[in-house]
Design a protein around this ligand. Sequence first.
Ligand code: BG6
Length: 481
Amino acid sequence: MTPTQAADALVFFGATGDLAYKQIFPALQGLLARGLLDMPIIGVAKSGWTLAQLQDRARASLQEHGGVNEAAFARLCAQLQYIDGDYHDPATFTALRAALGPAQHPLHYLAIPPSLFGPVTQALAASGCAQGARIVVEKPFGHDLASAQALNRTIHQVFSEASVFRIDHYLGKEAVQNLLYLRFANGFLEPLLSRDHVQAIQLTMAETFGVAGRGRFYEEVGAIRDVVQNHMLQVLSLLLMDAPAHADHDAIRDSAAALLRAVRTLNPGEVVRGQYQGYTQEPDVAPGSQVETYAALRFHVDSWRWAGVPIDVRVGKRLPVTATAVTVFFKPPPQQMFGDARPSANFLRLHLTPGVQVTLGLNTKRPGAGLHGEADELVLHRQHWDGLAPYERLLGDALAGDLTLFAREDEVEEAWRIVQDVLGSAAPLWPYAPGSWGPPQADALLGPDGPWVNPDPAEGGTLDPPPGPASAPRQASAVGE
Ligand code: BG6
């Protein structure tokens, strides 16, 4: 199958599960409403359910996630089929082949634990359901480099790379796609984005909520596996990569993969891990858990373009705001002509969530006598509509066969190589107060490149960091010490 061919049936494994409830049903409704899902929709799970129960579940999912569009929901019910069966039982896949009818290019969405990918892909092949098909798999893809490589080998026994769609929902976000468009649809930014002009880069992904009932999942991953190995490295690759030769999926992914290859493997001495106080009281979390809910990491890109530019990333749960922003600080002018001009006032900031906003920081003169200035932030672009929901966008692209917004095998493996040495307890773990900006130890990581600039979820962003780690109570010892 060529990747440009459109799918003619959609199968989702794990139909009664959490991901289907939170993301897949709303995406299906959106696609049906836009007339993009005129094909059989088949849910597979082992729950002892009936089709009517799955339809009820779909309605409940939509009521909770965006509302029910009755016309689209009626179409969903008419097209939806349900196969209840064990993933290790060949009869489940015989029933699936029968349900697919004349479909030649089914899309199989594996919304199931990675341990089931092997048995399910083998059973798809044995039953004839893999013929002409493609699969969609979720992040995190593997647990570390070795397991990601093993998973790729397992999947490739049945599906070629052009038929594998690895979801990283950050790539489905309007703001993240805008990063690519902004950089390469304009000429003026490119010459500025290099070590000649850039002093430092900061990327922060802050969330006010904790693990929100996902203790079991989080205990297995922690913040670095959950969002750094994938979301943060995808954002960095789009921000730092060289221009792709074309806008086609392989050219874009070639550039992103080349950038990731130049990112130095993280050193535990340049990583600060944190855990919010109270995490170990969350359901399904081990009492002495050493899992991080926060990480601050210094990246280096060993390339002519980025050598020597510190790239600092911070992610965390139970922080003061929910917002993701990346700030590129430009070097100050070679001479300070005006005493009050702030050297760190020149920056390009991209607010990625919530909403999309691009701003430029600069020193401007304050009206009145004398040459006195202030730091200003110029809004270059602001978008209130957040575009299509990421899952709707990505599922639509996978159905159409467009691989651009999906992670390729080499990108995923490079990303694991980068974080490999700081997984688990390689770096000490520090406690932090919920609602603070994380452990104060993260300040030291920046040294003279600090302080951290905190993203502001309100439009307009902020140049001055609100009181953060410096005013939080200092913690004397690492968690578990
Ligand atoms: C998910 C992580 O991939 O991304 C979550 O598992 C995180 O822990 C979420 O909260 C953030 O995504 P978004 O779209 O809400 O910014």
